[in-house]
Ligand binder design. Sequence first.
Ligand code: FE
Length: 200
Amino acid sequence: MKINKVEPKDFGSEIFLLKDISKKQIEEHLKLYQGYVKKYNEINEKIASLTDEDYAAANATYSNIRELKVTMTFAWGGIINHEIYFSHLGGKSRAPSGTLLKQIKTDFGSLDNFKKDLKATGIAARGWVWTCWNYQEKRLFNYLSDAHNFYALWRIKPIMVMDVYEHAYFLDFGSNRTNYIDAFLNNLNWDVVEKNFVKL
Ligand code: FE
């Protein structure tokens, strides 16, 4: 079986120059992301080296192939979610505009309403908030997830991702997730989000 080796991305230097989110917090967070990349590659190699005995022993309660294929979803989610998250932190853009702002107003009434929904969804989630375009409903919606691989959805595409795991903010904010979410929004590069939206 073909093995795709994933390399961790470099998110540039601006990621370490955030307001209210420390360099140390980002450094430690990046280590977790790099860990998902490492484990994803390890899982891929193990899948490629499954033996005929492993294939014959496939079982839905426990089997090597089951464990590898389940944990792969966790590792892949850990990679992709973090890559989107880090890609739009830092930089100079601080407000949505253009077609994205228009869509936010159509779907949420106002930017303030969007932020209210995003913040509450972030408090209600145990892992992630995904602002997504729903291709079927043709609207933006803030979805939540409790882990990298929970509550999978189809015919949607994330344009913005917010990490609300404790590891994303405890060093700087303790248990005050509300202040972290405010800091996240203050550091959000809306240019990147807008590009993700326009590319749909
Ligand atoms: Fe994280």
